[in-house]
Design a protein around this ligand. Structure first.
Ligand code: GFB
Length: 318
């Protein structure tokens, strides 16, 4: 086990999943550290293939791994691709975590999500709510894979003394998000729809479900900052929540996005689409007690995400 704080100085750091929203934010954040960032290209290393992962880790010998590679998506994608969400995520995490152990990687930070918790967990959700009740059915495939990842890190820590930790971010948004309406999360989807409504002069914004579910939204650059902080300052068996403890309704989020886009439209709710978990506000007091807090407010963050979307619209648009 490493002493704390764990120093990044002179370390080789593999960001697995560097093309994704979270992975690319971790790469940006690590530019401020005195370390060497390494990445694996999808064309060379399919993380679902054990021998390819083992070869990569053996050759490149990272000291630290951020395991941000995962099959992810919003509420509809989770319900539409259950096999991919379960198998791909289990395969990726099994391969990377085991290769890290076999090649004596000093530290590994495994990323999960707040959907690991029971659908009706007491709010705000503390880390110890894990496995205390039934999961939200729309994302149980993803949740079960991520719970297995947490347990695998704990098992390698207990049996082999590996310094592997798990971090559970709340709902994320920001540059690099997926803007495909079929597979995206809510913030990106509502942004695309608001921009299109403005362009077309439409008076309504379509919002899935009732607009009543409550979610906590963290900017991905704040999340990346928290993950680097966790690598440096956290080493324990139990996973740690990554959030800040405030949520809002989907209808309120839609209004903030309409304001950022600069258009007035009324919200048109589509009850044929699922609401998902009614609320998943995380209790992130353990992370706060270690000394971490976010810097980017939701309105400011949405404006930043919109600027990124508009600048990258051609390739990001569904
Ligand atoms: O972000 P989201 O897809 O995922 O949806 P979850 C959040 C809420 O926004 C749900 C509503 O109540 C959706 O019905 N919503 C409204 C929309 N309009 C839209 C829209 O146009 N697109 C989308 N996607 N939602 C995910 C899990 O749950 O959270 C993942 O499925 C992961 O596994 C992620 O854990 C963090 O917050 O419901």
């Amino acid at each position: 086990m490493n002493a704390l704080p764990y120093s990044l100085k002179g370390k080789r750091v593999w960001v697995a999943g560097h093309k994704g929203m979270v992975g690319s934010a971790i790469v940006r954040r690590l530019e401020r550290e005195d370390c060497e960032v390494i990445v694996s290209e999808r064309t060379q290393v399919d993380l679902r293939r054990q021998e390819q992962v083992e070869r990569f880790v053996k050759e490149r010998r990272p000291h630290l791994i951020f395991l941000a590679a995962a099959k992810v998506g919003g509420i509809l994608a989770n319900a539409s691709y259950p096999a991919d969400f379960l198998f791909d995520n289990l395969a990726i995490q099994n391969n990377v975590i085991d290769a890290a152990y076999r090649n004596e990687t000093e530290k590994l930070v495994f990323l999960g999500s707040s959907c690991i918790y029971p659908k009706l967990a007491p709010q705000p959700i503390k880390e110890d709510a894990l496995l205390t009740g039934p999961l939200e059915p729309t994302n149980e495939w993803y949740a079960i894979a991520k719970i297995a990842g947490i347990k695998l890190c704990q098992a390698y820590r207990r049996q082999y003394g590996c310094d592997f930790v798990s971090a559970m971010p709340t709902n994320l948004y920001g540059p690099g998000d997926n803007f495909n309406l079929e597979t995206s999360h809510v913030a990106a989807a509502l942004m695309v729809k608001a921009v299109r409504a403005k362009e077309a002069g439409t008076q309504t914004l379509e919002v899935w479900g009732s607009g009543k579910p409550l979610r906590e939204f963290l900017h991905v650059d704040d999340c990346a900052d928290a993950l680097v902080f966790i690598a440096q300052h956290y080493s324990a068996d139990e996973h740690i929540n990554v959030g800040f403890g405030r949520d809002l309704s989907i209808a309120e989020l839609a209004q903030i996005i309409l304001d950022a886009v600069g258009t007035k439209a009324s919200l048109a709710f589509d009850p044929s689409k699922p609401d998902g978990t009614p609320r998943k506000l995380m209790d992130s007091s353990r992370l706060a007690a270690l000394g971490w807090k976010p810097k980017i407010g939701l309105r400011e963050g949405m404006k930043q995400m919109l600027a990124w979307y508009l600048a990258n619209a051609a390739k990001a648009r569904a």
